[in-house]
Design a protein around this ligand. Structure first.
Ligand SMILES: NC(=O)c1ccc[n+]([C@@H]2O[C@H](COP(=O)([O-])OP(=O)(O)OC[C@H]3O[C@@H](n4cnc5c(N)ncnc54)[C@H](OP(=O)(O)O)[C@@H]3O)[C@@H](O)[C@H]2O)c1
Length: 250
């Protein structure tokens, strides 16, 4: 069976859980050799076992530029070059503005903005001309949700990163886009720092805010990432595609 990524190399930064793992599955199913990165050795091992074949599962903290450089060196050794890069790693932390600490700000921005930018920068020398980069943004970059200032500001910065890279990379024929999910069923909510008893309430609040009255599934976000990474999107660059059940546009 031929796939959209036959003979291609796909790299998912933050590919061992949730949306990133779902995208990695899609790339592998459609013919790509895949590398995933993340911090958790347990879920990296599980991803490698599931994706099989030549899959590289690299333990790498995106907040560390040295880690990103080392990951790219490993990918270069194993695969030589990258056709589709997905910069998906992200964390959330919620606090109203008066309670925001510099530590929480730096932690989230160190991953979502600084870390994701430098991961992409370190990947650039490996990118084949004609390739694609997709960043996972968030509807948070656009919506004014009280309590979300740390995360929203990091994703708004990432939106700027994606659009500027799109402009800078046009001559290399590398397309750069964002996929911005709405509320999606992944482990991220359990890692948001909220007490367990607050998580159900948070989920329900999010569902109430979605015009389609439900959370998205990671596969629905991954499908958009795969589309933008594929030749089917050959005339699309610089977009921020909301995959959100209508949250932003309705
Ligand atoms: N789920 C939603 O409702 C939603 C909505 C809008 C946007 N998003 C965005 O979607 C992306 C994927 O999130 P998800 O919902 O799929 O959550 P998830 O299941 O928690 O996945 C997050 C991924 O990022 C990786 N990651 C986090 N910090 C990292 C670090 N310092 N270094 C390397 N990897 C790191 C995680 O790996 P480890 O587990 O190994 O740390 C994991 O692979 C994120 O950018 C998130 O902001 C999610």
């Amino acid at each position: 069976m031929s796939g959209r990524f036959d003979g291609k190399v796909a790299v998912v930064i933050g590919g061992n859980s949730g949306i990133g793992l779902s995208a990695a599955r899609g790339f592998a199913k459609e013919g790509a050799r895949v590398a995933v990165t993340g911090r958790s050795q347990e879920t990296l091992d599980a991803a490698k076992a599931e994706l099989g074949g030549e899959t590289l599962a690299i333990r790498s903290d995106v907040a560390s530029i040295e880690d990103s450089e080392a990951a790219m060196a490993q990918i270069k050794d194993a695969f030589g070059a990258i056709d589709a890069l997905v910069v998906n790693a992200g964390i959330g932390e919620f606090a109203p503005a008066p309670d925001v600490t510099p530590e929480a700000w730096d932690k989230v921005h160190g991953v979502n903005l600084r870390g994701c930018f430098f991961a992409a920068q370190k990947a650039l020398p490996l990118m084949n001309d004609g390739g694609s980069i997709v960043f996972t943004g968030s509807i948070g970059s656009t919506l004014a949700v009280p309590g979300n200032v740390i995360y929203a500001a990091s994703k708004a910065g990432l939106r700027a990163v994606g659009r500027i890279l799109a402009a800078e990379l046009v001559d290399r024929k590398i397309r750069v886009n964002l996929v911005s999910p709405g509320p999606t069923e992944t482990p991220i909510i359990n890692r948001s720092g909220l007490p367990p008893e607050a998580i159900d309430g948070m989920r329900q609040t999010m569902i109430n805010a979605v015009p389609m009255h439900r959370m998205g599934e990671p596969e629905e976000i991954a499908d958009a990432i795969l589309f933008l990474s594929s030749a089917q999107a050959s005339f699309i660059t610089g977009v921020d595609l909301f995959v959100d059940g209508g949250c932003v546009e309705l």
